[in-house]
Design a protein around this ligand. Sequence first.
Ligand code: GDP
Ligand code: MN
Length: 392
Amino acid sequence: MDVHEHQAKDLLAGFGVPVPRGTVAFTRDQAIQVAREMGGSRWAVKAQIHSGGRGKAGGIKLCSTTEEVGKATDAMLGRTLVTKQTGPSGKVVSRVFVEQAVPIKKELYIGVVLDRGLERICVIGSSAGGMDIETSAEKDAGIVIKEVVDPAVGIQPFQARGLTFRLGLTAPEVKAAVPAILGAYRAFRDLDATLVEINPLVVTQEGKVLALDTKMSFDDNALFRHPHINDLRDPTQGDPREVEATQHDLSYIGLNGEIGCIVNGAGLAMATMDLIKHAGGEPANFLDIGGGASAERVAKAFRLVISDPHVKAILVNIFAGINRCDWVANGIVQAVQEVGLTVPLVVRLAGTNVEEGRLILKESGLPITICDELNDAAAKAVGALAAAGGTR
Ligand code: GDP
Ligand code: MN
């Protein structure tokens, strides 16, 4: 799960990371009011979307009057920002963060990540922080340095000092930057984050160190331990298909292909996706309807998959153990009768009550291709897609 910049800053501030003063605003008037109350003479108005790269997409505006703050807010609210990270459909801005702008001397990059190879949390840093870090690091991986943290003792102050020193900070700047790094690490570990990114961590003209932009992502499977983080969820920022699936308690991940998959069991769902690829197709989603899937649950899954405009064919693959093929078949028939069938549908059923299940599908009179083998089913789904004039 991702959160907004302003939320990540609140969380990190709680771990001693120094951040500029700022408040979130949902309307133009609020933004102006916030700037007035905060005082000062320069403000940054920042579009809040679950993505970086906002600066280059017009999502960050520096303002010198409160009128400008209002104008910038007006220009951002309701707009869809397309950045390098959002994908072509972009993300809609429904709130802005109004922050005291600071004069920048140096921009650093700091990231806390899990290195799966090392099985350790690492702090990575670069003196080439700011908006071009990705392209700079692609050209020269040497600009990124790394501190590996021993999980038994956690990050040590000498490591944070060493890292910032290697990033070219002076002794007083190092002293100011250490709490930011220690705090970012502790937040990562204590909140079960999968990413803490501070880009840029700036040294101001007066030698202060501030986290100017922050990004945090969290491990979904650990959110039950952090209800206050779960509450920060902003459904307007998620893949609408995934938001819908979460509401129905379906295990769903949206992908970019054209063959919608409805499968029971995560392993079988992975295998199904592999076989679709093997047959020359691309899955539109991962969907595990779970073990004891009732007809209603199957119908919900079906409605979700068919509502995706990218889906040009559907493959249902059920291996019924605890499940029963007749329930699944009833669910399919129920859903198809409700929402109609606009794309080819291939169903492979196996396991408990398979004969009854097949009979229900056949007797429904619906144009469903029924298969016994998964290989055959995947090939038929890809074939149906091609016949229907799919792009592959
Ligand atoms: P991102 O593009 O989504 O990563 O948004 P950032 O919050 O990182 O802002 C992009 C860039 O805008 C930063 O790298 C800074 O160079 C600049 N910027 C943002 N806030 C301020 C500020 O308060 N003062 C100054 N001078 N520059 C800022
Ligand atoms: Mn940034």
